[in-house]
Design a protein around this ligand. Structure first.
Ligand code: ZN
Length: 159
């Protein structure tokens, strides 16, 4: 079965910045499961998967614009320190901040007495990425999954 819109794909991936050591890999956990065609993964990776089948392995380079986007200036925000709990903060550190839009990865820029300046750019924004991918499984999505826009069960939402 080929990968196309409204199918569920389970895959392993390893991602690195072009020419560098891996940043992250699914190899030490379960494969990632995503619903194709619903904006669940970066466009460059989704496009590269199209028409592939279970067992396929491939590598793809994805430009920042098709990955996590270009870095944007002016995305700094001053946040009261209490929102970070008791974690000791260091400039350059990546932390997950609870926002009105859900958890968000941010980078600490400057730590003050009572406030912290953070950069809201995605940590991988502005980076050209290299992915090594192995397609583990391709299946039809259920009607409910398509309505919800995400995968249920193995590797997906449990609700
Ligand atoms: Zn759901």
């Amino acid at each position: 079965m080929k990968i196309e819109k409204d199918r569920v794909v389970r895959f392993h991936y390893t991602v690195s910045e072009l020419g560098q050591e891996p940043i992250e890999s699914s190899r030490d956990r379960d494969p990632l499961a995503i619903l194709i065609g619903h904006g669940n993964i970066i466009p460059g990776l989704e496009n590269a998967m199209m028409d592939k089948e279970a067992g396929a392995t491939f590598a793809v380079d994805v430009k920042a614009a098709d990955a996590y986007g270009e870095r944007r200036d002016g995305l700094s925000q001053r946040v009261p320190k209490k929102h970070f709990g008791t974690t000791r903060l260091v400039p350059g550190q990546q932390v997950v901040l609870q926002t009105n839009f859900g958890p968000r990865a941010v980078t600490v820029q400057k730590v003050g007495m009572s406030v912290v300046d953070v950069d809201l750019n995605h940590p991988m924004a502005g980076k050209d990425l290299h992915f090594d991918v192995e397609i583990v499984e391709v299946r039809e999505a259920s009607k409910e999954e398509i309505e919800h826009g995400h995968v249920h069960g193995d590797g997906g939402h449990q609700h």
